[in-house]
Design a protein around this ligand. Structure first.
Ligand code: NAD
Length: 441
């Protein structure tokens, strides 16, 4: 997300801080579709979902897989594979990012599209869920190759795209510039400019103010609500954050401004601990200059694994999926876990965290600030009328705070975790619309 494709000429960063579980050993535990389904199944059971609706919601509505021929800079043609999955559109146009990555698979894209369906529903946006991906290594491609790939991929999935049907956004290794190419390609086919076909665009061409900080801002808002709920003062709370990119660094900055003591931070390269509190503006400046935390001197260097098990009030995984597993969940000492990343906790680890009494704000709620401001962007594009940043931030606060309390209420009513309550809320909202609309025959 942090400008991935345009780093092709940069030196690759070392990766010795990686805490990703061994995929071979954990294949079952880290399978993204199984992880999504096990949470969905639990919610469906508690909601006593009718068998017919259960069957409908287990399946993606539409799956497109295309071959994407691209003329490479060396004159050869290379053929890439791309997917776009619309999981559910009962509540409105599908919403979901496009990722460019070597690990992209149809199964992963489908799981992520389902995740987007639940995420949009939990914060009550009038959107369904989708996701797209192209199997490629963007770090090895030139800007020209990436532009040709993006345009041909867009043309290949154009039948699903549109402000009323399917609205992409940036995801892993795609960014504002890629969204500008998607918007331009779509507009050329429609023969007029259609800004609302993608979100996460540059502000100059219909993007929203406040979008860049929205996910980290949303993370900060739910952290405050969680601490208030638990009677823990925000100003004294100690925090550790894994990941110091777009989401992690914004969350660190805003939590620091609210008076939290950020005692641990880490990225792909290095992690640091400082019991007196890390100088967050200095860390942000370091990353801006050096592109990673490597060489930062604001704390004692620790391992990526130790960062996750620090004795803190709040742990914020804001890097990648499957970092809290059955291997390390018992060692987590934080009282509150705010899932800023998508899928940082495996389904198998949920029970361990629950037994330990850790208050978990699940990903589909904690990181929904991004898609919420994407929704604002879509609304502004369609109205052709743009809001000042403070209006965007105020409306984001309203939605995140209300959604946190919607989930908390349900979790208390049913005596279930915040994760289960969030899924129950999302699945019930999607199911209600299906019941009202009926099954078209
Ligand atoms: P980013 O690329 O800007 O930053 C990722 C950060 O994680 C970097 O600091 C990177 O060094 C670090 N990292 C990568 N591998 C690591 C490892 N093995 N150990 C420790 N740190 C590691 O990405 P982002 O936009 O900040 O997204 C972070 C997470 O939040 C992802 O899971 C993403 O799906 C999720 N998310 C992002 C948004 C958004 O609007 N950006 C919205 C919803 C969810």
């Amino acid at each position: 997300m942090a400008g991935g494709p345009f780093m092709s000429t940069d030196v690759r960063l070392p990766t010795h801080n990686i805490v990703r579980p061994d995929k071979d050993t954990f294949l079952d535990e880290v399978n993204p579709f199984d992880a999504m389904m096990s949470r969905f199944d639990r919610a469906a059971e508690l909601l006593d979902l009718e068998p017919g609706l259960y069957k409908i919601l287990r399946h993606a509505e539409k799956t497109i897989t295309i071959s994407i021929p691209v003329l490479m800079d060396n004159g050869e043609i290379q053929v890439f594979t791309g997917h776009r999955v619309l999981y559910n559109t009962s509540r409105g146009p599908a919403k979901g990012g496009i990722r460019f990555d070597t690990d992209v698979s149809l199964e992963e894209v489908t799981a992520l599209a389902a995740w987007m369906t639940w995420k949009c529903a939990v914060v009550n946006l009038p959107f369904g869920g989708s996701k797209g991906g192209v199997v490629c290594d963007p770090l090895k491609m030139s800007v020209g190759e990436l532009e040709r790939l993006t345009r041909r991929y867009t043309a290949g999935i154009i039948s699903t795209l549109g402000p009323d049907s399917d609205v992409p956004a940036p995801d892993v290794n795609t960014n504002e510039r890629v969204m500008a190419w998607v918007m331009d390609t779509y507009s050329m086919h429609m023969r007029h400019t259609v800004t609302g076909v993608v979100t996460g665009k540059p502000v100059e061409m219909g993007g929203s103010l406040g979008r860049r900080d929205a996910t980290g801002r949303g993370v900060t808002l739910v952290t405050k609500e969680a601490l208030d709920h638990l009677g823990m003062p925000v100003s004294d709370a100690t925090v550790a954050i894994q990941g110091f990119g777009n989401v992690g660094s914004v969350a660190a900055t805003l939590l620091d401004r609210r008076g939290c003591r950020i005692v641990g931070i880490g990225d792909r390269v290095s992690s640091f601990y400082n019991p007196d509190g890390i100088d967050i503006p200095a860390a942000v400046a370091h990353v801006k200059q050096h592109r990673s935390l490597d060489g930062f001197d604001g704390g004692q260097q620790i391992s990526g694994a130790d960062l996750l098990t620090l004795d803190v009030d709040v742990l914020v995984p804001a890097a990648l999926e499957n970092v809290i597993t059955t291997r390390n969940a018992a060692g987590i000492r934080a009282k509150v876990l705010i899932e800023a990343a998508n899928g940082p906790t495996t389904a198998a680890a949920d029970a361990i965290l629950e037994d330990k009494g850790i208050f978990v704000v699940p990903d589909i709620l904690a990181n929904a600030g991004g898609v919420t401001v994407s929704y604002f962007e879509w609304v502004q594009d369609r109205a052709g009328y743009f809001w000042p940043e403070d209006v965007v931030n105020d409306r984001l606060r309203e939605i995140m705070t209300r959604s946190f309390h919607d989930v908390l209420r349900l979790s208390r009513e049913h005596g279930v975790s915040m994760r289960t309550a969030a899924y129950m809320l999302a699945v019930s909202r999607v199911a209600t619309v299906h019941r009202l609309r009926g099954v078209y025959a």
